[in-house]
Design a protein around this ligand. Structure first.
Ligand code: CA
Length: 232
């Protein structure tokens, strides 16, 4: 079994979920700490070295959202929110407050590890601070120096907005981006509510990169939350 150096803080008050998550982490060779309260999580953050937080939002003392806000004042540490199904608004709010991703209960060991790997990879890339000259997902590539996008080796003709949108997704491969977050990045402040504009832009981009735009392979829709460029 390979050991990881990273330490995961599991913030959760449901013992069954704690047991499941810690079982999976142990299997995968991760070290972990657990806290059943928001206050305990914040205390652990200042007294221990922690690389990633799995955070339940419904905690007995105060809301997990508040944990995100407080941690984000001084740390870029990846935070993955663990949320109940049908809480799309909450998921989007958590991401906008600075969470990196979310898992919807119930989730599988595979989903849990996939989210953790993506978050830790982003962390190590940030630490290295050496962007790749070309990013690739499947047969889709973005050449950052030449500013061109290719699909199966053929250059695509994207509009400047489509290019901005795809660049943003490529900078966050595997991570979900909220609609609000994308709008802010693409159109700037003041266009933050025009979700229809984003839908239209996304449809145009998908027509160029997806074989079957209605069944996208590259850019997935996270219903009620936003979009994610797949991590292959
Ligand atoms: Ca809870």
């Amino acid at each position: 079994m390979s050991r990881h150096e990273e330490i995961v803080l599991v913030v959760e008050d449901n013992q069954q979920i704690i047991n499941f998550i810690t079982y999976v982490l142990k299997q995968e060779g991760f070290s972990y700490l657990t806290s059943g309260t928001a206050q305990g999580a914040l205390s652990a953050m200042v007294s221990q070295h922690i690389d990633l937080m799995l955070l339940d939002l419904g905690l007995p003392d105060f809301d997990g959202m508040e944990v995100i806000r407080q941690v984000r004042e001084w740390s870029e540490m990846p935070i993955i929110v663990v949320s109940a199904r049908d809480q799309d608004r909450e998921k989007a709010a958590a991401l906008d407050a600075g969470a990196d991703d979310y898992l919807t209960k119930p989730f599988s060991a595979t989903e849990l590890m996939a989210r953790i790997r993506v978050a830790l990879r982003h962390l190590s890339q940030m630490a290295k601070n050496q962007p790749q000259p070309v990013s690739t997902v499947g047969e889709l590539s973005m050449d950052w120096e030449k500013h061109i996008v290719t699909l199966k080796g053929n250059e695509l003709h994207l509009t400047p907005l489509e290019y901005s949108l795809l660049s943003l997704l490529f900078k966050n491969i595997g991570k979900v981006l909220t609609t609000q977050n994308i709008l802010r990045e693409i159109y700037g402040v003041g266009y933050g509510t025009d979700t229809q504009a984003l839908r239209t832009l996304m449809a145009g981009l998908r027509r160029k990169i997806e074989e079957v735009p209605a069944k996208p392979r590259y850019i997935l829709t996270e219903i009620g939350v936003g979009y994610r460029l797949v991590d292959e």
